[in-house]
Design a protein around this ligand. Sequence first.
Ligand SMILES: Nc1ncnc2c1ncn2[C@@H]1O[C@H](COP(=O)(O)OP(=O)(O)O)[C@@H](O)[C@H]1O
Ligand SMILES: [Mg+2]
Length: 284
Amino acid sequence: MRDQAAELRRLVAKQEPSSRIIAVTSGKGGVGKTNIAVNLALALCQLNQRVVLIDVDLGLANVDIVLGISPKYNLGHVMQGEKTLREIIVDGPLGLKIISGGSGITELANLSGWRLEAFVASFEQLNEEFDFVILDTGAGVHRSVISFVLAATDVLVVTTPEPTAITDAYGLLKIVHQRAPQAKAKLVVNMAKSPAEAEMVAERLNSVLREFVQWEVDYLGYVLAEQHIPRAVSQQQPVLLSFPSSMSSRSIKRIAGVLAGEDIPNRSPGIRGFFARVSGFLHV
Ligand SMILES: Nc1ncnc2c1ncn2[C@@H]1O[C@H](COP(=O)(O)OP(=O)(O)O)[C@@H](O)[C@H]1O
Ligand SMILES: [Mg+2]
């Protein structure tokens, strides 16, 4: 009897996936997505969250570089059917799990139906194992980027205070809102000169969104422009580990705290829903 109850609980738990899928994205390139994705993932690990970081940037798979790792296999091998997802997950610092992108992800849009299904199915196994799935996406409104953005539970848009970056963030958010009005959009302002400047950027973006799209992003916080980040990149060690008490590290920890503390009752459709939606989008 007790065994049956345990089995039931297991089944119920299975139907209520708990992973939050956060797509870290931007309108313009080079705004700090990869650094924010990697360090945010690590900061969530420090908060005892189970985190997997997946590099889904098409052209510029940089997660490996920022972390100073060189995994032998990547998503391309999974898509080719040479490896299972489990076989390509590597261990990073602080218990972080990493799935490397490589160049394989470009093939996602061209996968035939059954191979895409198999790929989707292979991701479902992650659902029970992780609290957070962090996706480091490419920039812009390319179909392959948008597919991941739309399919995530949370879209974390990174912008700098540059007018071009803000304009491109707006362009991206407009598309996200058109395609997925239920999406929860969050904003991080990177490379700001001051907290006040970052706040102004958030307010400017939100006032345009309110006026033209009747929408808003949830301003999560800022990371100031600081030499520790480029220095950490050249050492191939994330800033959170190489300069833990830098302003950047503290800002990222604060953002992780906000994310981990959010109450999301039954909002997350989980990984199953996520990849089903990616596949639905790509087949449109
Ligand atoms: N807060 C920051 N302060 C200073 N330089 C930064 C900051 N964030 C990122 N950078 C630098 O900007 C460049 C782009 O960062 P990256 O994370 O690769 O951006 P993206 O993934 O959006 O292309 C890198 O050289 C990085 O060192
Ligand atoms: Mg990047």
